[in-house]
Ligand binder design. Structure first.
Ligand code: ADP
Ligand code: MG
Length: 210
């Protein structure tokens, strides 16, 4: 049976970035989909720096591409954040952090999981953050971090609570509510100009990869 699926068009990064920045409201989510090495984290690094209150969750623990956010003013920090950060936010200052640490061995992975879990719960109650969950599959998988429920809770409650969740991964996921962007860093051959997206999706791509 034929489905009524919207057609969407690729945009060069140069025009996509300012357009996205203008369009992206707190509470709206985005997903970046593509295999490892395709530039997912790079796309988000460039999108996240446009937000005033942003958290990049270092699910992998020491992701090198994510570390590029440090050059854009993000500070690596454990969670919870110190009270000073919230005082600064109340005084109108920006707050941008990479949350997590590089585990020295596998025994430290549960500690990283706990930290990210607490952060995702706090994000729900604190409201107003733009949060990047790098490697959604790793964060959500029951075999790994098992944080799917709190991520989904933030996705569903996002619009009302002003929480924006950006995810990246090699499989797609759907939002519970709100506008939903999907970005493919590189497009399949023959789909460079026009392609079909899951219902309700917008799309973008980076030009240098194509
Ligand atoms: N548009 C691009 N042009 C050139 N190099 C890129 C681009 N996007 C990503 N890269 C490089 O490719 C490598 C993999 O990118 P990354 O964002 O970490 O991929 P992923 O998160 O999909 O695994 C990194 O070294 C990054 O600097
Ligand atoms: Mg990555």
């Amino acid at each position: 049976m034929a489905q009524d699926v919207p057609i969407f068009q690729a945009m060069p990064w140069k025009s996509f970035e300012p357009w996205f920045k203008k369009e992206w409201r707190q509470g709206q989510h985005g997903a970046i989909i593509g295999p490892t090495g395709f530039g997912k984290t790079t796309v988000v690094v460039n999108l996240l720096e446009t937000r005033t209150h942003a958290l990049a969750l270092d699910v992998k623990g020491g992701d090198r591409t994510l570390a590029k956010l440090q050059a854009k003013g993000f500070v690596r920090a454990p969670w919870p954040l110190p009270d000073k950060v919230y005082r600064d936010i109340r005084n109108g200052k920006p707050a941008r952090f990479i949350v997590g640490f590089k585990p020295r061995n596998t025994l430290e992975i549960p500690k990283l999981t706990k930290m990210i879990d607490l952060c995702l719960h706090d994000v729900f109650s604190q409201e107003g953050w733009a949060v990047y969950v790098d490697e959604l599959q790793m964060a959500a998988s029951q075999k790994m971090m098992n944080l799917g429920a709190i991520i989904e809770t933030n996705l569903i409650a996002g619009r009302d609570r002003g929480v924006s969740i950006l995810t990246s991964g090699s499989s797609s996921s759907r939002p519970g509510t709100g506008k939903w962007w999907t970005a493919w860093p590189r497009w399949p051959a023959g789909h460079e100009r026009r392609s079909r997206a899951p219902s309700g999706a917008w799309a973008a791509r980076t030009t240098t990869w194509c």
